[in-house]
Ligand binder design. Structure first.
Ligand code: EAX
Length: 323
């Protein structure tokens, strides 16, 4: 009797060890809520990886900056203390300067133009720039067209922006451009934005409708103007060493999972943009639509001259002229 119990115990232990050895856990996070265009991205990614590796890789998903802000998470992925993150490109220029060009205001006509550029040669070549910085960039995702919200006044023209204290992402291109519009900029991590708006530390901020809704900013903001002043990409980043350790077949699974996740992510942005105005009006926000964006572009002329020197007019035109 004792022997069979021992045998069962031993085989159970061996089985457990084998399973544990066969499963690798990895972490991925976002800075906003799970019920969002970014939440569906990492949830889909996790499901696809676990399904297609038959459970050999489990992706643990974290939301609301619970593992850190976007900048902190990018740093953790670079160091390898966290395997993956899905983030806007806001803080990315601090790690991969080549990506800065993508953050120039009014560079992209709309989401369709941006997706074409990112999924085409320019964007795919840009992904390779992450390799030498300790990242494997799995795929471009989408944060969306950024719009200005504030508690002071409706923004109809560039003059309405003058003197507004706006929270910005920790992004040097945004800060330079917004200062060129007369905005008083306060770079800040997303997790601090709701409280800063509630306490009046800043008058407003700028984000896609998807983020404004996910972060419930309608509770602390009166006005939103559909400025669409910046297209905000998002990106799946993986620690390069962790990616390189994967078997080639598993690397393919991770890359495919990111591509599948981006489709769901972009579809959610489109859905959010389709219902966002009605939703935010229903929440009591004043929504300013049909702004004349050419006035904002004209006001930015001196900043554009600087950007053309910094990034090369030809490089900017290559993006602008992608049809
Ligand atoms: O990625 O920081 C920001 O404004 C970002 O748009 C937000 O964290 C979602």
């Amino acid at each position: 009797m004792k022997l069979s119990k021992l045998f069962i115990g031993l085989s159970l232990a061996v089985g457990l060890v084998a399973t544990a050895a066969a499963q690798t856990n990895m972490k991925i996070n976002i800075a906003i809520a799970q019920n969002s265009h970014q939440g569906v991205a990492i949830d889909t990614f996790a499901k696809e990886v676990e399904k297609n590796t038959a459970g050999r890789y489990k992706i643990q998903t974290f939301y609301n900056a619970s593992l850190g802000s976007e900048r902190e998470s990018i740093e953790s992925v670079q160091l390898g203390t966290q395997e993956l993150t899905f983030t806007s490109t806001g803080p990315v220029p601090n790690f991969v300067p080549d990506a800065k060009i993508l953050d120039i205001p009014f560079l992209f006509r709309d989401k369709a133009h941006a997706r074409m550029v990112l999924d085409g040669p320019i964007g795919q070549e840009m992904l390779t720039k992450f390799d030498s910085k300790g990242f494997k960039a799995l795929a471009w995702g989408e944060n969306g067209m950024r719009n200005v919200t504030n508690n002071k006044r409706p923004v109809n023209t560039p003059d309405d922006l003058k003197g507004l204290k706006l929270r910005t992402m920790e992004n040097p291109v945004h800060v330079a451009a917004y200062k060129g519009l007369g905005i008083v900029t306060t770079p800040m991590a997303m997790a601090e934005v709701f409280t800063a708006l509630q306490q009046g530390t800043v008058d407003g901020q700028e984000n896609p409708l998807s983020v404004i809704m996910a972060a419930k900013l309608d509770q602390v903001q009166k006005h939103v103007s559909l400025t669409g002043h910046v297209y905000s990409p998002a990106i799946f980043l993986m620690n390069k060493a962790s990616f390189d350790k994967l078997a080639p077949a598993d690397q393919k699974i991770f890359l495919e999972a990111a591509k599948t996740a981006v489709k769901v992510n972009r579809d959610r942005v489109d859905a959010d943009d389709a219902m966002g105005v009605t939703y935010l009006r229903g929440k009591g926000m004043n929504v300013v639509e049909n702004l004349d964006k050419s006035k904002f572009v004209a006001t930015l002329a001196p900043v554009y001259a600087e950007f053309e020197k910094q990034f090369g007019k030809a490089n900017m035109d290559k993006i602008r002229n992608t049809k």
